[in-house]
Design a binder for this molecule. Structure first.
Ligand code: DMJ
Length: 595
């Protein structure tokens, strides 16, 4: 589809997305029907009564509206404070490098350094724990999510990175394991979302890259075993699945509720599977989930829990970190995956970005850093629902920076983009995306050069707001508890990759290289594997005995792509699932169920 069509379509989508309002219209009460002769002496009294009735009706209508807004509206609380921002969008212009400085070709030396890092880490895993789901690089051991054995978490999550990097020998051994060592018939409770994005996603993307029927066969096998999780009264999947017993399980640790992002980050995978197999069942399964979510929404930013029984949201936090993040990511990507043929997802995405801007985007006082906050619900003295702003940004939320930029250009040419065709919302999102990249980089200004798991920002009224922008929360014993960890997360690097691809601006490569250097210096073990760091502010670092699978599937892949030629996986032809597994864009054989 031509770029200008995309713009037109988006503008249509934008106007269609405006939340319908149902104003209560007060009509003047009808004239009292009284005999003519009696009208004169009483006109003053009648007028007074009319006015009184009008006032009473108006007050009643206002109270009713406020009550409804309070009861049903998630964010209409006066406790939500938002520093006022000068709206200078009209005069704001994005920065792009001059044409002669736009970079689209590989930086071979740096790209090869990333490939070497992957190769070494993989060799360590192969030697210590080949076939295990999880890798503990310090104790040189592996572990599985099921007592029965592994389901390919690490191997399958890493396959497409090997293909892209051209690591043929490693790939051949991994393929052999998928063919003859892999079984999904494992007991115990596995997370439906994690299995889908890592294992189903990894199989499908490797199929897309290699066209090897083994992966599609395995993907179908796994999808069939995941099916029972969707067998709920609402269609919202349960959080857990026993692949051996073929039974879904609710998350008892979270009141049997499902995570919103977890239920809505299965769609790219199942839709692509439907397209490949021609089996509509996979399509409708995940479209149904989106329909339930859309009907349950009271606002366009959504709480992080939803009930699989009722299909209603549970009053819970609104955030861009865990259980919230990829809901927003997949709204945009579902639209892109089907070649922009499902405008409903563009509309939902645009409406969500508007409310994210309205409620969740804030600025620090000291350096004017843009950050994302969270909304936490609480009950007031009379049981009324209120919302408290938490100036807390998970590393996970850094995905939003790149996603906002992708939302503006949809991965289309030219690079850098032409802002003369942009709407005000495009400008708003681009500016926020660019500013968020800077903030995510600012959270790397630590002793290790690595960003913490959670950054707290000083909000306007904080006494330290003039001195610093952010900090890591410490426990009573002074330790950075869990918030100060760096667990090899990819989100900032993912955003740097997207920002670089869409602009050709060398600055994003420089930042990516800077992060890679810090990872090399502080996370790399003598074996070549990588370990998580317990506190990004403590030197020398203390390690945690874990190398997450997303180090291989996302962190190193996005770094590799950042330094690769722009012709590899162009963003108008490929869409990355939330675990960085690339799927091709296609014109869908099935229609959306929620238009
Ligand atoms: C990955 O598994 C996915 O990116 C997911 O959406 C969120 N978290 C991790 C990486 O941080």
């Amino acid at each position: 589809m031509a770029a200008d069509n995309g713009v037109r379509e988006r503008k249509r989508a934008s106007s269609a997305s405006k939340t319908p309002t149902n104003p209560i219209i007060l009509k003047e009460p009808a004239e009292a029907l009284v005999p003519e002769g009696e009208q004169k002496p009483t006109w003053k009294r009648s007028a007074f009564r009319r006015r009184l009735r009008y006032i009473i009706w108006t007050l009643f209508a206002i109270s009713l509206t406020l009550y409804i807004a309070q009861y049903f509206g998630y964010l209409k609380s006066k406790s939500v404070r938002r520093p006022s921002r000068v709206d200078d969008l009209a005069s704001w212009e994005p920065y792009f490098p001059p044409p002669e400085e736009v970079v689209t070709t590989a930086d071979v030396e740096k790209r090869n350094a990333i490939v070497a890092a992957f190769k070494n880490a993989w060799a360590a895993y192969e030697a210590d724990a080949f076939g295990s789901d999880e890798y503990h690089p310090i104790s040189h051991t592996g572990s599985n999510l099921s007592a029965d054995g592994g389901i390919g978490y690490m191997i399958i999550d890493s396959l497409d990175t090997m293909v892209l990097m051209g690591l043929e020998e490693e790939y051949a051994r991994a393929r052999e394991w998928v063919e003859s060592g892999l079984s999904f018939e494992r007991g115990g409770k596995q997370n439906v979302f994690e299995v889908t994005i890592r294992v189903l996603g990894g199989l499908l993307s490797t199929y897309a890259l290699k066209n090897d029927p083994l992966y599609l066969r395995r993907a179908e096998e796994l999808a069939a075993l995941l099916l029972p999780a969707f067998d709920t009264p609402s269609g919202i999947p349960l959080t857990l699945i026993d692949l051996k017993e073929r039974k879904g399980h609710a998350d008892v640790d979270n009141s049997r509720l499902s995570g919103t992002a977890e239920a809505t980050t299965l769609q790219l995978e199942f839709k692509y599977l439907a397209e490949l197999t021609g089996e509509e069942e996979w399509w409708t399964l995940v479209e149904k989930v989106m329909g339930v979510v859309k009907r349950a929404m009271r606002q366009n930013v959504v709480p992080i829990f939803i009930s699989p029984d009722t299909g209603e949201f549970h009053i819970s936090q609104v955030r861009l970190g865990s259980r919230g993040d990829s809901y927003y990511e997949y709204l945009l990507k579902q639209y892109l995956q089907t070649d922009r043929s499902e405008p409903v997802y563009r509309q939902m995405y645009e409406a969500a970005m508007t409310e994210i801007d309205q409620f969740l985007i804030h600025k620090t006082v000291k350096s004017n850093l843009t950050f994302t906050a969270e909304m936490h619900p609480y009950r007031g003295p009379n049981g009324e629902l209120n919302w408290r702003l938490m100036a807390k940004q998970d590393h996970l939320a850094c995905f939003l920076a790149g996603s906002l930029l992708l939302g503006v250009t949809e991965g289309q040419q030219p690079v850098p983009p032409d802002p003369s065709t942009w709407t005000t919302e495009d400008k708003r999102d681009w500016r926020t995306g660019v500013e968020l990249v800077k903030t995510c980089m600012a959270t790397h200004e630590t002793a290790t050069g690595l960003a913490p798991e959670i950054a707290m920002f000083y909000d306007v009224n904080h006494p330290k707001a003039q001195e610093a922008d952010w900090y890591v929360k410490h426990g009573k014993d002074g330790s950075a508890i869990l918030d100060g960890r760096y667990i090899l997360r990819p989100e900032t690097i993912e955003s740097l990759f997207l920002a670089f691809r869409l602009t050709g601006d060398q600055r994003y490569r420089d930042w990516g290289w800077q992060i890679f250097q810090s990872i090399e210096q502080h996370c790399r073990l003598p074996s070549g594997a990588y370990a998580s760091v317990k506190d990004v502010e403590t030197l020398p670092v203390e390690w945690e005995d874990k190398m997450e699978t997303f180090m291989m599937s996302e962190t190193l892949k996005y770094l590799f792509l950042l330094f690769s030629d722009a012709s590899i996986l162009p963003l108008n032809e490929w869409v990355f699932n939330t675990e960085a597994h690339p799927f091709p864009v296609f014109s869908p054989s099935f229609k959306t169920g929620i238009a």
